[in-house]
Design a protein around this ligand. Structure first.
Ligand SMILES: Cc1cc2nc3c(=O)[nH]c(=O)nc-3n(C[C@H](O)[C@H](O)[C@H](O)COP(=O)(O)O)c2cc1C
Length: 152
């Protein structure tokens, strides 16, 4: 997208990717902490999920800032096969309380939600916005504040 949206529009993108190497607890903590600090400075909120070697991230905020950050994230060697699942405009944020909430998902065999993410691997852009929204909202409420420290 070359034309940026007005600043009061919340631009949201959701993508998944594969981790380049096994991610230790420490590496995940460092990633989540840096992301949280940077995002706070740039008015970006969202959530980062990690499970079975895959990331799923929602980034939301002013379109110019979200696009700039996503371009940086795409070049990060810690992951590859970055696949945009959806891009949407909203009047409000899903994750207004989180500069970057983070959680590590349970083993895929224990998590129906994670299986859903797996199934999006084969889908193209905008093929799964309803499932994405359902998943995101399940993290956005009602446990705000808990998710951010959920690294186990
Ligand atoms: C899966 C994943 C998610 C990331 N999410 C964010 C994020 O939300 N915010 C952020 O600032 N950096 C995030 N990063 C790190 C960025 O890729 C980049 O390293 C960081 O923005 C520092 O950029 P700089 O060197 O230009 O300061 C993420 C990296 C990965 C691998």
């Amino acid at each position: 997208m070359n034309t940026f949206l007005p600043n009061d529009v919340i631009y949201q993108i959701n993508y998944w990717s594969k981790a380049s190497q096994p991610m230790s607890r420490l590496a995940l903590e460092a990633l989540a902490k840096d992301a949280e600090q940077n995002n706070q400075k740039h008015d970006i909120t969202g959530v980062l999920l990690f499970g079975a070697g895959m990331f799923f991230q929602c980034l939301e905020g002013p379109s110019d800032k979200v696009i700039h950050l996503f371009n940086k994230i795409k070049q990060d060697p810690r992951h590859y096969d970055i696949t945009l699942v959806s891009q949407e405009c909203h009047s409000e944020r899903f994750f207004s309380q989180w500069s970057m909430g983070f959680t590590r998902l349970p083993n895929p065999s224990e998590s129906e939600q994670f299986k859903q993410i797996e199934s999006w691997r084969s889908q193209t852009l905008l093929a799964a916005p309803i499932e994405v929204r359902r998943l995101l909202l399940s993290y956005a409420t009602p446990t705000e504040g808990v998710l951010a420290s959920c690294i186990h």
